[in-house]
Design a protein around this ligand. Structure first.
Ligand code: A2P
Length: 268
């Protein structure tokens, strides 16, 4: 008699599948979504993972995405651009609650507290979807344990593109877990470059000419007190490195902590 194991027929599940729990479209170019978190996944706030969908050829189509939720959250959040002819985001932008995405549970990245030497103020410099790792770090208790002041700059083309970050920063004080630690430590400095708003211009220019320090009524950046994390386009990252080096800061890494770190935001 043949012994048959009672194995239910498996549906055609994706490898490393996670289920979408929430989708929010911010503009026609930007959306965020949340997915279930694999129980075994540990990560440091600020790190990224590879996520994606199955391609038409049946192979996973994956891209690096910063985790926008903090390490203590029981779901994972991502903040994405929509590129109409982008191989992944042209499809990813249509995901709905209950759909599955692929998530490789191997977090990595340089935008982590371990890569910086101790300091008094930490700066998060973002353009566009480069805000994502800072959405994680702004909800991370370690950020407030390590620094007296947290200065967040976000440069976008227009006002609508600032909304995800604006709401996140506004929610910090009321957060039951970290609200008290946050106190008055966070300074938020949003700027736009292509639509009129209270603060106009690229952050690189506003740092170089001292506008930021005057607007916020704070001392200029020095290597003794200031630490920086940078996340945006390739061109932005390069220009920000020059700006931070001009203030005397040096680039650090996990294995060699210094005064600032840089990572490219997902594009396309
Ligand atoms: P700008 O409008 O002057 O190009 P994008 O949507 O193209 O990713 O850009 C996001 C924001 O980053 C825009 O406001 C853009 O300004 C700004 N930006 C792009 N490149 C740089 C750079 N090299 N330095 C500073 N800001 C930049």
């Amino acid at each position: 008699r043949a012994v048959t194991q009672s194995s239910p027929v498996k549906p055609a599940h994706l490898p490393d599948a996670q289920t979408v729990t929430e989708v929010h479209h911010w503009t026609d170019r930007l959306f965020s979504f949340r997915v279930t978190r694999p129980q075994s996944l540990r990560f440091r706030s600020g790190e990224f993972v590879m996520i994606g969908l199955l391609g038409d050829n049946g192979k996973p189509l994956l891209r690096a995405y910063s985790i926008a939720s903090p390490a203590w959250d029981d779901e994972l959040e991502f903040y994405s651009i929509k590129v109409q002819d982008g191989p992944l985001t042209s499809r990813l932008q249509h995901i709905q609650v209950g759909d599955e995405i692929i998530l490789r549970p191997k977090p990595v990245g340089t935008l982590v507290h371990d890569a910086l030497l101790p300091g008094k103020r930490i700066w998060f410099f973002a353009t566009g979807t480069g805000f994502a790792p800072f959405a994680s770090l702004l909800r991370e208790p370690e950020t407030y344990e390590k620094y007296d002041q947290v200065i967040v700059t976000h440069t976008c083309r227009d006002v609508a593109e600032l909304e995800y970050g604006r709401r996140l920063v506004a929610s910090l004080k009321d957060d039951p877990l970290i609200g008290e630690m946050v106190g008055d430590k966070v300074l938020y400095y949003p700027t736009t470059t292509r639509e009129q708003s209270p603060r106009m211009g690229r952050i690189t220019t506003l740092l170089t000419d001292g506008t930021v320090f005057r607007d916020l009524n704070i001392d200029p950046i020095t290597p003794e007190t200031d630490r920086g994390m940078v996340c945006g386009s390739l061109a932005f990252n390069k220009d920000m490195k020059d700006v931070l080096e001009s203030f005397g800061l040096r680039e650090g890494a996990n294995s060699d902590p210094k005064e600032y770190v840089v990572e490219k935001a997902f594009v396309g």
